[in-house]
Every structure is written in C-alpha cells, then in structure tokens.
Design a protein around this ligand. Structure first.
Ligand code: PMP
Length: 349
C-alpha cells in the first residue's frame, strides 16, 4: 500500500506540479526544481534514520535484485570470500547471484529450521576474514525478521531491508551498507535506496563493473549518472514527508508493533489458524498463516476478496496465507482482517 494522503497529493499535483503547469514526470531530472526533490529526500532520510555524514545516500535503478550483484562487484576488493546468512528465499537468491562474482560462504544456515527461526549467534560460522557479512533483516516470503542487529565486529555489515526499511529506528552506524527497494515501505517500484559508509566507496571494484553499478561513480554524480526514475523518486519523497508527519520512525514502530501483535494474538488464540514462525522471529511486516483445513484456502481468499481484502495469498514458494501489513496499512485494515478471519472461521467450522 501507499498512504492514501500521498496518493491524494500526487493526484492533485499530477497535471501541475509546483505551479510549473506541467507534471513532475515531464521535467528534467537535472532541472533545479527536480534537484529540490532529490536533495530533500536525502535530507529526510538522514533525519528519519539519524544518518551521519559518514554515509552516502543513493537512489538507484534496478530494484533490490541489482544490489545482489552490485554488492560483491563493489565490496570484494582483493578478498575472495564474502559471508552470507541464509535465512530465507531472498538471502538464498542473493547467495546465488553473488556466486557469479565471488565465493559466498554461508555462515548461517536457516535451512535446518525450514526458515522458521534464526540460529543463535554462537552457532554462526566464522566470518572474520570475509569482505562483508550479508543478511536480510526481514524475509518477506517466510515472515521472519531479525529482532536485533547482528554483531559483525570489524567486518562491514550489509543488509537487505527491502521489506522493513523505516518500519522502526535502526542504528545505521552499525552497518556498512543498507539497501531497500521502494515498493514495500517507500512508495512505488522503480527506485532503490542505498545507504553506504563512505570508506567503502573506496574499495577496488571488479574490473568489469558496469558504470551504472559503480557506487562511487553514482555518488560522484548524485545518483544521476543517467536519467533518474523521477516519478518514483517524487513518490518516495512524498512518503518520507508522510513518515515525518506520522511522528517519525519511533511512532511508526509503535504502530507496527501494535498492528502485528493484534494479528498474531488472534492467530494464536484460534486453532482454526496457525503461524509457523518461532515467536521471537515473527515479522512485524509479513504475517504468514495457515488454515488448519487447507481445503478451505481457496474459499478464504475468494471471500476475503469479496470483502475488499486483496493479496492475502502466500508467496508461491510456500503457499498458505500472508498478510503484508507495511507502514501504510492503517490499523483499521488489520482490524478488518481480524473481523473477517473470525467470522470466516465461524462460518466454515
Ligand atoms: N529482497 C527482499 C527482502 C524482497 O522482499 C524483495 C522483493 N519482494 C527483493 C529483495 C527483490 O526486490 P526487487 O523486485 O525490487 O528486485
């Protein structure tokens, strides 16, 4: 979802942005007017996440998956090894892509638990010689989330926050690099946020790294090496201002905790539904659940859709159900789902 207020503002400004008599999607990314959007979105990110000047903020094309390649290309330097925590499908895919460019060493295997929990730090393999330690803060498909920031010592910590960025405050100074596609919590697809510690920009790149994939070159060019996805950037800018208006990330975290707790409490109290994830690792963004009687799934989805609730089917890899309750999902949306789940279980029992 995108916040309704943001959509309304975009609608109002669609034909005439900033009194210019044209749409924001019609103006040049290099115009002084667009540069205000670019500058303010950077500044708003800094404010929302308390990002210091030691970090560069980039807005890139290519979605989160391009980062799976950009990270090894830019960060391996002369090292051969990169360490990966494999805690779900998105980290699996990152490992697979990285293996085209380096030797990814899987130091944490979530596999043994079928991605229902995250092994405790004392069970992790040694990553002290790796170029970086990579993990996914929220595994969107399995609905599992790190309840803490892993301690990576001196090894730069690299994090895919695609599906929970700006849902809570994190201490950015613990990270070497954070990235997130926009289409979950920051607006619409087409733009990807990258927060990178400036010293990492100096690492030796792989010689074949495309210019568009070169973080340092993108930083030197204010993320405008080529034509930027201006409309996605504009929408992201509006979402950041909306987040500030909500009271910032502390307020968002409180709201997200409340929403998730309500839904998990309901699931736990009803045998008709179940959630497979170990409690400490349950995602606040993606609540996966199963019906005790699998044959009712299709009817559940059909009736939910008729009641105005879309997108509740689980990811094709895992099946079952999934309620994605990102930042923009209001609390009433969660209440509505719980009401529906309650009456459905009564009707179908
Ligand atoms: N990482 C995570 C955690 C995701 O949830 C997704 C998208 N669902 C991606 C990466 C891939 O994002 P994109 O489609 O922008 O490449």
């Amino acid at each position: 979802m995108i916040p309704v207020e943001v959509m309304r503002q975009a609608q109002q400004e669609f034909l005439d942005w900033n009194g210019m008599g044209v749409s924001v999607m019609e103006i040049s990314h290099r115009s002084k007017e667009f540069k205000v959007i670019a500058e303010e979105s950077k500044q708003d990110c800094r404010e929302l996440l308390n990002i210091s000047d030691d970090y560069e903020i980039l807005f890139l094309h290519g979605g989160a998956r391009s980062q799976f390649a950009m990270i090894p290309m830019n960060l391996m330097g002369d090292n051969k090894k990169a360490a990966y925590m494999q805690t779900g499908i998105w980290s699996e895919l990152a490992v697979k892509e990285a293996s085209r460019y380096c030797q990814p060493d899987i130091v944490v295997h979530g596999d043994a638990t079928h991605y229902r929990s995250i092994p405790e730090p004392k069970a992790w393999g040694d990553f002290s010689n790796a170029a970086y330690l990579y993990y996914v803060d929220n595994e969107t498909v399995h609905g599992i989330e790190f309840p803490y920031v892993p301690d990576s010592g001196d090894v730069p910590l690299v994090c895919d926050m695609s599906s929970n960025i700006m849902s809570r405050l994190v201490d950015v100074s613990k990270f070497g690099l954070i990235f997130a596609c926009a289409q979950k919590n920051l607006g619409q697809a087409g733009i990807t946020l990258v927060i990178i510690r400036k010293d990492l920009l100096k690492r030796k790149k792989m010689p074949f790294t495309p210019s568009m994939f070169d973080y340092a070159l993108q930083a030197e060019n204010d993320s405008m090496l080529n034509t930027s996805p201006t409309y996605s950037w504009y929408m992201l800018g509006l979402v950041l201002k909306w987040l500030k208006k909500q009271g910032g990330l502390t307020a968002m975290a409180e709201r997200n905790n409340r929403k998730a707790k309500k839904l998990y409490d309901f699931i736990d109290q009803h045998d008709f539904y179940s959630n497979p994830v170990e409690k400490a690792f349950r995602s606040r963004m993606n609540v996966v659940f199963n019906l005790a009687d699998k044959t009712l799934e299709e009817r559940f989805l059909k009736e939910a859709k008729a009641a105005g609730m879309m997108g509740l089917e689980g990811h094709r890899y895992v099946g079952g159900m999934r309620a994605s309750i990102y930042n923009a999902m209001p609390e009433e949306g969660v209440d509505m789902l719980i009401d529906f789940m309650k009456t459905f279980s009564e009707r179908a029992a």
